[in-house]
Design a protein around this ligand. Structure first.
Ligand code: BT5
Length: 269
């Protein structure tokens, strides 16, 4: 199926993406696929086989794109950014959420620079624009007791996809073309994303700096939110802060502060 905004000059291929990329680590090795089950799955296989830090897997289409908790990630062919980056950071396993924070910041900044839109981060792993989800991030890790073997950060950004009126996702999701009213170059956006990730990866150990940058882009800081867990328990309060390990600090009506660990919860605005 050919997508309305698809352009052969805007394919995510190594030939179009690599020239002038000029990154230090991220994208030095780039694998591009026309169709694949899931870029995260392929990146994990490559990482297990020893692929270097910063290796990127990208696809024009996924037949089994995944979100958290085995949810599905949808995207028509040739319309979105679908990629996964292998990281081998010198971090303790409990600090790995910092990679998701770093990726969210990089996405918000790339959207701002390439499309001129102001997006916001929704804890733990979403980026929103116009109060709808425009990007989801799935970080999967392989650790031994004390050390991180690798982490795979999967990023899906809705770019040139008309989502208004979409049967399942129209009410909750949006795309860059819906927000901007015109098609956006996926190649330019992807290059900018990889450069931003590369830059941020270099300063991953600046904990205070990363937290500050994340909070500056967070869309629900100081706003009432509802935390919903798998067991359908809900906790309401005001989102106050984020810890250095990425746990959300939520103040409930009785003034108590709750530290919410990501994983099996999601935040509703
Ligand atoms: C996420 O999960 O938001 C993480 C999504 C990560 C996708 C990327 S694409 C490249 C890489 N390879 C993969 O296989 N995955 C990563 P979660 O928070 O669980 O949200 C999933 C939910 O978002 C679904 O249950 C739908 O309700 C909704 N959803 C599905 N596709 C969407 C889309 N394109 N845009 C917005 N929402 C979507």
């Amino acid at each position: 199926m050919r997508h309305a905004m698809e352009s052969p000059a805007d394919r995510i291929t190594a030939e179009l993406v690599l020239p002038n990329l000029q990154t230090r680590v991220v994208g030095k090795t780039l694998h591009c696929f026309d169709s694949i089950d899931s870029t995260n799955l392929r990146a994990k296989q490559l990482a297990g086989a020893g692929a270097p830090d910063g290796t990127v897997v990208a696809a024009e289409h996924q037949t089994g794109g995944r979100g958290r908790l085995s949810r599905a990630w949808e995207a028509p062919p040739h319309s979105c950014i679908l990629c996964s980056i292998i990281f081998r950071p010198a971090l303790q396993p409990e600090d790995l959420f910092r990679l998701t924070m770093m990726a969210s910041i990089a996405v918000v900044d790339a959207l701002q620079t390439v499309a001129g839109i102001r997006a916001g981060i929704k804890w733990p792993n979403d980026v929103y624009a116009d109060d709808k989800k425009i990007c989801g991030i799935l970080t999967e890790t392989e650790c031994t007791a004390q050390a991180v073997q690798y982490a795979v950060v999967g990023i899906g950004i809705n770019v040139n996809w008309h989502l208004k009126g979409h049967r399942e996702l129209g009410g909750i999701a949006t795309s860059l073309s819906d927000v901007c009213g015109s098609a956006i170059s996926r190649v330019k956006l992807f290059q900018k994303l990889l450069r931003r990730l590369d830059m941020r990866y270099g300063s991953l150990h600046d904990r205070a700096g990363l937290n500050r940058e994340w909070l500056q882009r967070c869309m629900h800081l100081g706003r009432p939110v509802r935390i919903v867990s798998d067991e359908r328990k809900a906790l309401e309060g005001i989102a106050r802060d984020i810890t250095e390990q990425g746990h959300l600090l939520l103040e409930s009506a009785d003034g108590r502060m709750h530290e919410i660990i990501c994983g099996d919860v999601s935040l509703r605005l």
